[in-house]
Write a protein that binds this ligand. Structure first.
Ligand code: NAD
Length: 437
């Protein structure tokens, strides 16, 4: 399936994520032979809301923040997707992310659609009171078009469980009642789910475990290198090590130097020791790492390690045309913990080299799956034990992985293409059954 970016798609700032999401969809639509009406329906969001959020600032002045909610498709169930606070937020990014949420929910077969929201703001420059007003203002503008049965928001870039709780409180004031299923990512004890913190990283490793089985490799005979040392990376490393695997290298962003570094130990990194010298943003202290015997290497060195598995778990656009050749010939498997870590150029090289790639919207779907569990628990007002949450997560992730890998094998497809085929087919089927197309 060839991915070519549609030049007629709306232009955003720099790299246009929506054009990319549409191009990916178009490639699969062509492969599936979808008719024109189906393509028209699915390559665009069903609904979008753009609004202003007027806030009285601490200094007494008024400021209006731009807010969005984009509902790409809800044929399979209520929309699901985070709300980002970001100074460079654009509606095209939100559109792309809402479309990717549709495919992510469909590939893990949870009964939810795809949505995403955002506010153009930088929480670093807002007091706690101003942030609370932005959260409450966002809900006031959209309170009748979101809800437990319509569209369920969650945290995302620069939004936190506290933000979710303010949003829930505002929603409950407006609708007069308790509706904890309106939003996920709430603090544990206030409607949040146990296991959510671990869910994405653990989910990545559930898919790695299944892939290794298919490759005839034992986890305890493998080594991995990880980009990033935040939430996803830390829990992926924890579970991978429990399976017997050894992590030789991790990397992180250094705020003071405004660059990233890789940290390598030939005998394997020590997760707990590294955690003790890591700040809350996932930044590793390089001076302390040196005293612990780590080699401190350039930011891309994680990619060049002689390991079996690479886990990009930091950011988008990290494996690109200009660095993909640094991947060591020993690497057999890439599990994309981050969203969009591989550019289409690099993806073509990885495909050609025969490296097995578990695509982002499958590998990191543990987060949204656990958010779905949170929504279910919230709607029942009955909360499960951590082991029950993680056990159910394993079942869902494993089933999703196996369905994709079976299709990939049967039709000779690349895993990313197979995942898209399954997800898009499920959404098309739901739209057809509803009589939308
Ligand atoms: P995080 O903020 O907890 O951690 C990010 C880590 O990446 C930090 O260690 C940071 O130092 C590092 N980093 C940043 N820039 C870097 C660079 N240029 N080179 C090397 N390291 C760098 O974030 P997270 O929640 O772990 O998310 C990581 C990725 O996974 C993101 O793409 C996110 O969208 C995706 N994701 C997260 C979840 C989730 O539940 N947390 C779910 C799905 C997808």
């Amino acid at each position: 399936m060839a991915v070519t970016v549609d030049k007629t798609a709306p232009a955003g700032k720099g790299h246009n994520a929506f054009a990319m999401a549409q191009a990916q969809f178009d490639g699969v639509a062509e492969y599936l032979g979808l008719d024109a009406a189906t393509r028209e329906l699915l390559r665009n969001p069903l609904r979008e809301y753009h609004f202003g959020i007027p806030i009285r600032m601490d200094d007494g002045s008024m400021k209006v923040f731009r807010g969005f909610r984009v509902q790409h498709n809800d044929a399979r169930g209520p929309g699901k997707g985070g709300i980002r606070f970001h100074p460079q937020e654009t509606v095209d990014t939100v559109r792309a992310l809402s479309m990717w949420m549709t495919w992510k929910c469909a590939v893990v077969d949870i009964p939810l659609g795809g949505s995403k929201g955002g506010v153009v703001c930088d929480p670093h420059n807002l007091s706690a009171r101003e942030q609370e007003q932005v959260c409450r203002g966002w809900v006031r503008q959209i309170s009748h078009d979101v809800g437990p049965l319509l569209d369920v928001p969650a945290p995302d870039v620069m939004t936190t469980p506290q933000h979710m709780l303010w949003m829930l409180d505002e929603f409950e004031h407006i609708h007069r009642g308790h509706f904890p299923g309106f939003i996920t990512g709430k603090p544990v004890g206030m409607g949040g789910s146990l296991g959510r913190t671990e869910a994405t990283g653990f989910g990545v490793v559930f898919t790695i475990r299944e892939a290794l089985k298919e490759m005839g490799l034992r986890p305890d005979a493998t080594a991995a290198s990880v980009q990033g040392f935040g939430n996803v990376a830390q829990y992926a490393i924890r579970l991978y090590e429990q399976l017997g695997g050894k992590v030789l290298c991790v990397s992180s962003w250094d705020q003071a130097d405004q660059t990233s570094y890789s940290f390598r130990k030939a005998t394997g990194v020590n997760l707990d020791a590294l955690l003790s010298i890591t700040d809350r943003f996932g930044g590793i202290d390089k001076a302390k790492a040196k005293t612990m015997g780590y080699e401190v290497l350039d930011g891309e060195a994680w990619l060049a390690q002689e390991v079996d598995i690479l886990i990009p778990a930091a950011l988008e656009n990290q494996i690109r045309g200009d660095n993909v050749e640094r991947i060591h010939s020993k690497v057999k498997l890439i599990a994309e913990g981050a969203n969009g870590p591989t550019t289409p150029e690099a993806d073509a090289v990885i495909k050609k080299r025969g490296i097995f790639d578990i695509p982002d919207f499958l590998a990191n779907a543990g987060g949204v799956t656990c958010s779905y569990f949170e929504q279910v628990q919230s709607n029942m007002n009955y909360y499960w034990e951590r082991d029950e949450v993680l056990g159910r997560l394993d079942v869902k992730m494993t089933a999703a992985y196996l369905a994709v890998s079976e299709l990939a094998r049967k039709r000779g497809l690349y895993m990313r293409d197979a995942a898209y085929v399954i997800a898009i087919n499920r959404v098309v089927e739901a739209c057809k059954q509803r009589g939308w197309i």
